[in-house]
Design a protein around this ligand. Sequence first.
Ligand code: IMO
Ligand code: MG
Length: 407
Amino acid sequence: MPAIVLLGAQWGDEGKGKATDLLGDKVKYVVRYQGGNNAGHTVVIGDQKYALHLLPSGILTPSCIPVIGNGVVIDPAVLLEEIRGLNDRGVDTSQLKISTNAHLITPYHRTIDKVSERFLGKAKIGTTGRGIGPAYADKINRIGIRVQDLFDPSILRQKIEGALRDKNQVLIKVFNRKGLEVDEVLREYLDYAEILRPYVADTSLLLNKALEKGENVLLEGSQGTLLDVDHGTYPFVTSSNPTAGGASTGSGIGPTRISRVIGIVKAYTTRVGSGPFPTELFDEDGEKLRSIGGEFGTTTGRSRRCGWYDAPIARYAVRINGLTDFFLTKLDVLTGWEKIPVCVAYDVDGTRVEELPASQSDFHHAQPIYEYLPGWSEPISQARELKDLPANARAYVKFLEEVSGAQ
Ligand code: IMO
Ligand code: MG
């Protein structure tokens, strides 16, 4: 059996946790392949609500083996806290596997993330402040610290020394902060080593063996297509590849193994942080979407920017990820509107544009061209199948399918 990728087709927070959880029973492994504790999945099971940041949502399905792949950046303090929090609520985490090649977030990454945002002032990206960007920067710069380094104290010391040589200069001289002590960071990270040891594995080998045996592997993206460092609204993006290509690189599974790529879309659009967002609403409708949809971040608690469904974005997600399926979430939030606008194209300086503009400046002033669909007033949260929906809700779904290129 093949590997399946499940990812956000918009700007994140599409309800990926829910989708993973629904598929959870059918898969043996749930793998995170990028990002870190910038993610926030809220999963509700019965009357229990879980907020996960770093652990794959498969951790809540007892038959599942959760895997943190090589493409993830791990803040060990956060990971241990999340593991302890789940254990305290009776969730078994002993099956967790962590790649030897995943990179570690350190205290200096967190500090640099926060102070560099402050220095950007109005041009800030609106990061989650978790040290994600600086940790990936060190990875690409080849000065990062990996999980496997935790188990070789002399290598770990050398790496921390090497990193702090520059980082302390930057912290002290550029940002006017205190420098960090090598011994202190080393001690902290060696303590993590002992706790993390039982979880660490060659996850690429493990997953490929599982695929050989015919087991199902679900690769779970964090963030979303438009937050991808290559294909998103750069520089207002995260520093990794949530798009389908990243699933292969970030897990050590070859692309030929992947047979399905499922894109999660919300029935409207949200975004956290700065950057262009053509269908964004600044009026009562935006407020209404935010309050009915509970659009407040799981990670930072920030209120999410809200707007109508944007079909050019969905079509772009099909193109970039080779989507084979769409998974629509939060349709019930739209109950009660008389008519619902759907963006089908943009007006860029007087020209109708069907695709996402290749130039960011064009995207910044793209105006949505809307078609209006009749709404419905019946509550639909109990609907389980398409036929349970009122006719207008069904027509809305059908229309989204058509304009998003789902057929
Ligand atoms: P989930 O997994 C929505 C956004 C941040 C910021 C940008 C860069 O819950 O969908 P970073 O800290 O990653 O360097 O911040 O990316 N961002 C998210 N937005 N959902 C997320 O995750 C996000 N993770 C990061 O708001 O604009
Ligand atoms: Mg989230």
